[in-house]
Design a protein around this ligand. Structure first.
Ligand code: PPS
Length: 571
């Protein structure tokens, strides 16, 4: 017999197919709510029994007791509030007793909610109760204060269709499916390992030891719903887990993905994780150092102690029904050439460790990752996702007056990059853009901004896909240039602003296109530098005055800058 779910019974909330078909027809007349990304994760685990014994989104009485005492109104242990938050406008059109059609972003009808209560949560009290803080540096608190909607709908759920996934479907198992797999495999004791990070040798050592210690089989159960902002994307991680799975003795270990939206709630979240794994048929749950840790608060201190999660869950060990396997941090002991819990290292031994920050730095700079730290296949997989700077895309954004030499230099840089090879380069010269992207625009402030933002969008796409975008518009406004920088940097690629600082007198003396003469004569209005402003960049990556330097020299300076910053390697 497998372990009983939390509350005794697996609460699967899907309607039988005939009822579901009828309800789908009736639901045409219900008001619809488009589920947010977090709600979509929550509802998947509500409907498939992952959150048993919950039968819907919490009402106020449940919510308040969960926040204050970690219990539902009926006394059942439950650490994290699962609520359906909606906008005030949406709630105003509703009454208790109404039905709401809950849809995914594509409009697919996932479930119907019987509205039993419409109420307003106290987000500060929730932060303090659930996370122990109202500091918005905590990602869970930040979500409550800045992303969550102000009104909650409590009530029972009736599931109609499973949330759709297109990725790794063979690895996504519901509590029912996992329980079936365990039963078939004859696994009676299963220890679950929760993770939101790529797994390296230390993780494999830890899980392997945990499984041996409690004489259980192992379930690697990574979260693929929502994790901490900035984490490695789940696509890359799952490919890593698939490599890691092969490191365990055959038939001992399974991999299943959990569509959970994490709150980074430390101790309470650890308790939640344990209950969810119990619902999935696991008998044991590993809690290591800083479980579901949210990082540091506004004063740079940890929100929770490194083993606070273990302590909390152990306090409730009688009640939670799944056994916790606490683990100290694993470190590599040089003399023994193996991993050990930090508490088992002798005074005369030295340990090796690479922090997450150091690991990311090495990846970024294309440096070596030692064999003792990471499996070769995993490191290679991560290198595909995080190529070194010399393989990442970047944007060079030239700005300067008309006739300052932007296009000429951009062209020279393009040719030099092509000479080096290995990079795809796109030139978004001012005139080219005005011909192909912005032909309907003039030179008002609004039109110039629109023009620059279009350039920024295209440059961002090119950069994201590993290419080089060379932009050469006048871009006279600081604020607009800043927003382009942001657009490009958000893609993870590089951004270099280069001010071609040739003075107005020199540009006007050259007057290649004869435009300055026309502007002076009043034939062209709002000409930059004459009767329209140019805001000089304060901190460009490079400033070049072409009065006494040739385009070739200017381009050479830029190439050297790229080499210094690591985006190209001249060998
Ligand atoms: S902006 O402000 O960044 O949107 O300008 P941009 O797209 O770079 O276009 C500048 C080119 O358009 C020609 N031109 C003018 N420039 C400035 N002000 C006015 N009123 C104007 N009218 C036409 C000019 O040739 C600019 O080309 P470059 O290559 O900069 O000399």
């Amino acid at each position: 017999d497998l372990i009983a779910p939390h509350g005794g019974q697996l609460k699967i909330l899907y309607l039988p197919s005939a009822d579901a078909a009828e309800e789908k027809v009736r639901a045409v007349d219900y008001v619809s709510w488009d589920l947010t990304q977090r709600q979509l994760c929550d509802i998947e685990l509500l409907l498939n029994g992952g959150f048993s014994p919950l039968e819907g989104f919490l009402d106020r009485a449940d919510y308040e007791r969960v926040v204050e005492e970690m219990r539902l109104a009926d006394g059942t242990l439950w650490p994290i509030p699962i609520t359906l938050d909606v906008t005030r406008e949406f709630a105003e059109g509703l009454a208790v007793g109404d039905k709401v059609a809950l849809r995914d972003p594509e409009g697919l009808l996932i479930a119907v909610l019987d509205v039993a209560e419409i109420w307003e949560p106290d987000r500060r009290a929730e932060g303090l109760g659930v996370f122990g803080t109202d500091d918005a540096a905590h990602p869970g608190v930040h979500y409550l204060f800045h992303q969550a909607h102000p009104v909650c709908l409590g009530g029972r759920l009736h599931g109609l269709s499973e949330p759709v996934h297109y990725d790794f479907n063979h690895l996504r198992m519901t509590p029912e499916q996992l329980r079936e797999r365990f039963a078939k495999a004859g696994w009676r004791r299963v220890v679950a390992f929760q993770t939101r990070n790529p797994m390296h040798r230390a993780h494999v050592e830890l899980t392997f030891r945990a499984a041996k210690q409690v004489e259980a089989n192992l379930l690697i159960n990574p979260v693929v719903g929502m994790t901490k902002p900035g984490d490695v994307d789940h696509f890359s991680r799952v490919r890593c887990y698939e490599h890691v799975l092969k490191k365990y003795p055959e038939q001992t270990t399974m991999l299943s993905l959990l569509p959970l939206a994490m709150r980074m709630g430390g101790p309470r979240e650890a308790m939640w994780h344990a209950l969810i794994r119990k619902n999935h048929g696991c008998t044991h749950f590993i809690i290591g150092r800083d479980h579901a840790g949210p990082g540091s608060n506004s004063n740079g201190e940890s929100f929770y102690g490194p083993y606070e999660a273990q302590e909390l869950v152990e306090r409730y060990s009688d009640e939670i029904g799944i056994e916790v396997v606490p683990f100290r941090m694993m470190v590599y002991v040089k003399q023994r050439a193996e991993y050990a819990p930090v508490t088992e290292v002798h005074d005369d031994e030295s340990v090796l460790n690479i922090s997450g920050t150091e690991f990311r730095r090495r990846m970024r700079e294309g440096l070596e990752i030692p064999e003792w730290f990471g499996y070769r296949e995993v490191v290679e997989e991560l290198r595909r996702t995080y190529p070194p700077k010399s393989k990442q895309g970047f944007t060079i954004f030239f700005t300067g007056l008309s006739g300052s030499g932007k296009s000429t230099i951009a062209n020279a840089v393009m040719v030099k990059l092509m000479e080096l090879g290995g990079r795809r380069v796109t030139l978004l010269d001012g005139d080219l853009v005005r011909k192909h992207l912005s032909s309907e625009l003039g030179f008002s402030k609004e039109h110039r901004d629109l023009n620059i933002k279009r350039i920024g969008f295209v440059a961002g796409e090119i950069t994201k896909n590993g290419g080089v975008a060379l932009c050469a518009p006048i871009a006279p406004y600081t604020e607009t240039r800043r927003s382009v920088r942001q657009m490009v940097e958000e893609t993870g690629g590089g951004f270099l602003e280069i001010h071609i600082a040739t003075p107005l007198e020199e540009c006007e003396r050259r007057d290649r296109k004869g435009l300055y003469a026309k502007a002076r004569a009043g034939l062209i209005k709002n000409f930059t530098g004459i009767d329209d402003p140019y805001e000089v960049p304060e901190n460009p990556e490079l400033r070049i005055d072409t009065t006494d330097c040739t385009p070739d020299e200017a381009a050479q300076q830029i190439i050297l800058k790229l080499e210094h910053t690591g985006y190209i390697s001249l060998r």
